[in-house]
Design a protein around this ligand. Structure first.
Ligand code: ASN
Ligand code: ZN
Ligand code: CA
Length: 333
C-alpha cells in the first residue's frame, strides 16, 4: 500500500528535522501526504520539467552537506512543510490557494544558479545550488519567501512592478521570511528579521536583506519617497519591511535571538512595537481582504489601518502603532 511515514532529514541549514514522507512498497519518497501531497523533486542540474521525485529505500534524507543530493531535498521539503503549517496554524489557511492542495519543490536547478523562484504556471518553487553549487538557496526563510509569492498571487495579486511590486516582495519577506522562521522555532535557524542569513549569498556571510534598517544591504529604501516605485522590487520592499519591523519590535536598539537590531525612524519619533504575532495578523488580513493588484504605499497604509481597526478597534494601541510605524517610514495620511 501507500501510506504516510515519518522520515528524518539531515538538512544543511536547519539541523536534523522530522519529515512527512510516503511509503510505497519498499520505497520512501518525498511526498507529504499531511500537506496537500507536496512533492520534492531533484532536477539534478537540469532546468526544465520535474527531474525525478526523491525516492529511496531508506527514510533518512541527506547528510547535512552538499555532497549528498538529498540534503537540499530535505531542506526544501522541510521548508515547504513549515510554511504550510505556519499558514494553517496561524491563519487557518490550507495551502497556497486555501483549498488543501499542495504545490511542489524542485532542487538542484542548473549550475551555480544563485536564485530561487516561485512560478504560478507550474504552481511550484525552484532552488538553485548557489555559487559553486555549494550554498543551495533552500533555507527556511527563502522557502517561506518563495511559497508566499504563491499566496500573494492567489489573494491580493499585487502587480510585480512599481510600489505594488515592492509590497509583493515585502509580503514574501514579512510572512514567508519572518513569519515562517519564527513559527518553525528551529534551534539551528532561529527566527530573525534578516532574509537569507544562512545561504552566504554575498560570499562574506552577510544576509541578503535587513528589515530593521533595509539600507544596510546597499540598495533598499528605509522610507518612502516619490521615486521609490522606480527601484527594483527587492529594494522598494524596504519601506514595508521597515514598517513591519517597527510595528512588531518598535524603534531603537534591540537584541532578539542573539541578533542586534537598530531601527531609526524617518520622522525621528519613537514607535512602540505591538509584537510580531499581532503585526503578522494585521499584514495577513490586509493582504487577503484589503490589498489589490494596484495597491501602493498610501493604500497599504489605509488597508493595514482598516485591518487593525477590525482586529483591535480604531481606538486601540495596535491601531495607533500602525499609524506611528507608517509615519516612521514616511508614509503619511
Ligand atoms: N528569488 C527572487 C524572488 O523571489 C526571484 C525573483 O526575482 N522574483 O523575489
Ligand atoms: Zn521574492
Ligand atoms: Ca532569516
Amino acid at each position: 500500500g501507500i501510506e504516510n511515514a515519518t522520515g528524518t532529514g539531515n538538512t544543511q541549514y536547519s539541523g536534523t528535522v522530522s519529515l512527512t514522507t510516503t511509503q510505497s512498497g519498499s520505497n520512501y519518497n518525498l511526498t507529504d501526504g499531511d500537506r496537500g501531497g507536496h512533492k520534492t523533486y531533484n532536477l539534478n542540474h537540469g532546468t526544465s520539467g520535474t527531474g525525478t521525485l526523491f525516492s529511496q529505500t531508506s527514510n533518512t534524507w541527506g547528510n547535512g552537506t552538499t555532497s549528498n543530493a538529498g540534503t537540499a531535498g530535505a531542506d526544501a521539503h522541510y521548508g515547504a512543510a513549515e510554511t504550510w503549517d505556519f499558514y494553517k496554524n496561524t491563519f487557518g489557511r490550507s495551502g497556497i490557494k486555501n483549498n488543501g492542495v499542495g504545490a511542489y519543490s524542485r532542487v538542484h536547478y542548473g549550475n551555480s544558479y544563485v536564485n530561487a523562484f516561485w512560478d504560478d504556471g507550474c504552481f511550484c518553487m525552484t532552488y538553485g545550488d548557489g555559487s559553486n553549487n555549494a550554498d543551495p538557496l533552500t533555507s527556511l526563510d527563502v522557502a517561506g519567501h518563495e511559497m508566499t509569492h504563491g499566496v500573494t498571487s492567489n489573494t491580493a495579486g499585487l502587480n510585480y512592478s512599481g510600489e505594488s511590486g515592492g509590497l509583493n516582495e515585502a509580503t514574501s519577506d514579512i510572512l514567508g521570511g519572518v513569519g515562517v522562521e519564527f513559527y518553525a522555532n528551529n534551534s539551528s535557524d532561529p527566527g530573525d528579521y534578516l532574509i537569507g542569513e544562512k545561504i552566504d549569498i554575498n560570499g562574506d556571510g552577510t544576509p541578503l536583506r535587513y528589515m530593521d534598517k533595509p539600507s544596510k544591504d546597499g540598495g533598499s529604501a528605509d522610507s518612502w519617497y516619490s521615486g521609490v516605485g522606480n527601484l527594483d522590487v527587492h529594494y522598494s520592499s524596504g519601506v514595508a519591511n521597515h514598517f513591519f519591523y517597527l510595528l512588531s519590535e518598535g524603534s531603537g536598539a534591540k537584541v532578539i535571538n542573539g541578533v542586534s537590531y537598530n531601527s531609526p525612524t524617518a520622522d525621528g519619533l519613537p514607535v512602540t512595537g505591538i509584537g510580531r504575532d499581532k503585526a503578522l495578523a494585521i499584514w495577513y488580513r490586509a493582504l487577503t481582504t484589503k490589498f489589490t493588484s494596484t495597491t501602493n504605499y498610501a493604500s497599504a497604509r489605509t488597508g493595514t489601518l482598516a485591518a487593525a481597526g477590525e482586529l483591535y478597534g480604531t481606538t486601540s494601541t495596535e491601531y495607533k502603532a500602525v499609524q506611528d510605524a507608517w509615519a516612521g517610514v514616511a508614509v503619511g495620511s
